[in-house]
Design a protein around this ligand. Structure first.
Ligand code: NAI
Length: 343
């Protein structure tokens, strides 16, 4: 379904201003796979703060017991449980509503996200097989890079298991939106809380396409500003990788962005009918089978892909959109081929 009408672009804040729609008791179960890592730990903390979560299941191959013990002392509603190693994965996933996957290795200076493919593709495939067996109806949020390939890998695994529901599979690109909003607010001196920039395409290099012509509030950019801001948003991950100088990639801003996406998903599950986020999803917006764009999220996942933002693009954006397609297509096909070669 492609939604053509206009829609509310109110910013999706991490903690909504009002919880008036929330039921009296927190009721959703969230699992984080890779919870002991650089993203996993702060993400677990932020999700522990959610009034919508009743159970927080933390899974990793090591070091997750202490994280869970530590978090369990926070006096927020959710019960925290730890699960270590493959033998505990099935129990971790039982009856879970949202599964978040930041498991895998991050970039080091000089690496592209695609350089992570060989390690992370297998990790994601194995974890998703367990998701398919134990909580096939859950929303799945893929953070592990390269997202442009790990999301198609996830779809193929779920198809093979006969449980693929494209509405419930999300590649997390929220950090690109968070960065775009921050950088535009700084550059143009507008109130951060008001800024809303859709980011489309994918989640690596030139496949990340911020649509500055669709900025809310409407802002004028010179051609040079568009080029500089676009390049900064596309390379922001590398900015962090270089600053960390070998100690990993973005973790804190990523945890913030992923927590916002989890909160939006939980609000949608809880009946809020006004939830919009950008995400890398199965899509018929372009000729590519997966594409990041703004989507409307409801109780059953993606209810509509917003097509209006791809209309009336600037000449610069039109060119950038065409330029990103071959790279994104290759990454998607690489992911699909990775699963198909096993049969
Ligand atoms: P990290 O190395 O600090 O943590 C990864 C965690 O995954 C570790 O605790 C590790 O034990 C765990 N792990 C490894 N194999 C596992 C398995 N088979 N099952 C369960 N857990 C396993 O890495 P970090 O910084 O947390 O990054 C994680 C991933 O997120 C990387 O692939 C990184 O590229 C990606 N990332 C994605 C972003 C996005 O915008 N989507 C932004 C930043 C990072």
């Amino acid at each position: 379904l492609i939604l053509k009408r206009s829609y509310n672009t109110k910013p999706q804040n991490l903690i909504p201003r009002s919880y008036s729609h929330v039921q009296p008791h927190a009721s959703y179960k969230v699992a984080i796979l890779g919870a002991g890592g650089g993203i996993g730990q702060p993400l677990s903390l932020l999700i522990k703060m959610s009034p919508l979560v009743s159970a927080l299941n933390l899974y990793d191959v090591a070091n997750v017991k202490g994280v869970a013990a530590d978090l369990s002392h926070c006096n927020t509603p959710s019960r925290v449980c730890d699960f270590t190693g493959a033998s505990e994965l099935a129990s971790c996933l039982k009856d879970v509503n949202v599964v978040v996957i930041p498991a895998g290795v991050p970039r080091k200076p000089g690496m592209t996200r695609d350089d992570l493919f060989n390690i992370n593709a297998s990790i994601v495939k194995t974890l998703v097989e367990a998701v398919a067996d134990n909580c096939p109806g859950a929303f799945i949020h893929i953070i592990s890079n390269p997202v442009n390939s790990t999301v198609p890998i996830t779809a193929e695994v779920l198809k093979r298991k006969g449980v693929y529901d494209p509405r419930k599979l999300f590649g997390v690109t929220t950090l690109d939106v968070v960065r775009a909003n921050t950088f535009v607010a700084q550059k143009k001196n507008v109130r951060l809380v008001d800024v809303d920039i859709p980011v489309v395409g994918g989640h690596a290099g030139i496949t990340i396409l911020p649509l500055l012509s669709k900025a809310k509030p409407s802002v004028d950019f010179s051609d040079r500003e568009v080029e500089e801001l676009t390049a900064r948003i596309q390379n922001a991950g590398t900015e962090v990788v270089e600053a960390k100088a070998g100690a990993g990639s973005a973790t804190l801003s990523m945890a913030y962005a992923a927590a916002r996406f989890v909160e939006s998903s939980l609000r949608a599950l809880d009946g809020d009918s006004d939830v919009y986020e950008c995400s890398f999803v199965q899509s018929d917006l372009t000729e590519l089978p997966f594409f990041a764009s703004r989507v409307k999220i409801g109780k059953n996942g993606v209810e509509a892909v917003i097509s209006s933002e791809l209309q009336g693009l600037s000449e610069y954006e039109e060119k950038a959109l065409e330029a990103l397609k071959p790279e994104l297509k290759d990454s998607i096909e690489k992911g699909i081929a990775f699963v198909q070669k096993d049969t």
